[in-house]
Design a protein around this ligand. Sequence first.
Ligand code: ADP
Ligand code: GLC
Length: 477
Amino acid sequence: MKVLSVVSEVYPLIKTGGLADVAGALPGALKAEGVEVVTLVPGYPAVMAVLENASPVYWMDELFGGPATILSADVDGLDLFVIEAKHLYDRPGGPYAGPTGEWADNPFRFAALSRVAAQIAYGEVPGFVPDVLHAHDWQAGLLPAYLRYDGRRHAPSVITIHNLAFQGQYAPTLLPLLGLPPDAYAIDGVEYYGTIGYLKAGIAIADKVTTVSPTYANEILTDEGGMGLSGLLRVRGQDLVGILNGIDTSVWDPAADPLLANCFALDTLGERSLNKEALQRSLGLEPNRDRLLFGVVSRLSWQKGLDLLAGALPKLRQLGAQLALVGTGEPELQDAFASAARHFPRDIATVIGYDEKLAHQVQAGVDALLVPSRFEPCGLTQLCALRYGALPVVSRVGGLADTVRDVDIEAGAATGIQFSPPSVEQLEGALQRTADLWQDKSMWQTLQRNAMRQDVSWAQPAAKYAALYREIAGRRS
Ligand code: ADP
Ligand code: GLC
């Protein structure tokens, strides 16, 4: 079974969020299921910089305004096809935006990703003819549309929705420039509320639609959670499935993590507190094992509900707790947490930025990890927290609902605390419940052990993806 994974970011080459983690770890787990994955990614500078022994396998004179070369490469055990197209990707900045906002040519930069994927689907790149095409998010959403409207024989496709909040909508006048025929601009094609909808097209046309947790798969069928796409998603209901994400348990392994002050495992849980002290010291917090230490590792955005946490900081301090936050995003949220840290430096530490090492140290050092998201397709940080014995305190939405077991509901099998709905009041209640639980050291340790025993690996999810690929692999159209 051969699968082409089509994605705009992949860890460890280029990452802005959990999408990259998924794209980076799933191929390795699928190997054990007998599935061979090649990942197609744009050749951003960060990607080109780490390619060694890349070999050109396909040439295009014209890919949305300039020539392109498809390179075959192998980086960190990942088999890659990389699109080298300087006019689209060779520029400083992030994959989606530069210093002045989103790249204006994003409709073409990501249409190119789908265009190249389609050529691979038709067997034009020697040596790799996929049995299934797997598109991720809006950036690869046009792939099923190209497959349909090109009218060439091709393998079936799957699209995975990692986040319905990003849909990729562009002016209908782009249709011919994107290489789509007029009849593609239809309700069962790419048309979406008077625009060309990339994610919409993928959802409408792909053979299967997946999302990253069972609860999110249900939430997006509702008008509130569907962000404009609930009607279409209900139509696709038979072909829609939620498959939970895992994490790469070799990257996230508390027993052998080179980024930690002290490694630890279930049978050496006592040594975990050394990481807490090291974290408190390095961030300038009062070094005190007895103070309940909360952590946050997150994009700072409305989705993540961190404005609720900003509102609950007085309660957190009133409980005598501390907070270590590492994150980057909306300026108002950055300012709110930076200002709180300036006022109460022994209680609250804020590190604005993207810092992988610190993310590991927070997971290993804090007592509880806060994830108060308004919506959360899956969420990976709570899975890392479980593995590192930091109890997740989460809102009961999406993948958070599916991966954390609440202490008051599941007692002896619990792994953390849930609250609902995501509001300042409910979050304050959850902080209080966490502080109460903190008083009961033996119960706390029971939860920690349950958490660390939970299977957060890719093994089970990969088996589900493999079964899905096998279900459709025979279909050709
Ligand atoms: P999302 O993709 O919505 O941002 P996820 O929880 O699925 O949320 O994935 C976020 C990923 O990014 C995790 O691997 C997390 O550890 C990482 N991450 C988020 N913010 C930071 C940060 N400031 N520094 C380091 N890693 C971060
Ligand atoms: C998105 C979602 C997050 C999910 C990640 C990987 O970024 O916001 O919940 O874990 O994709 O699927």
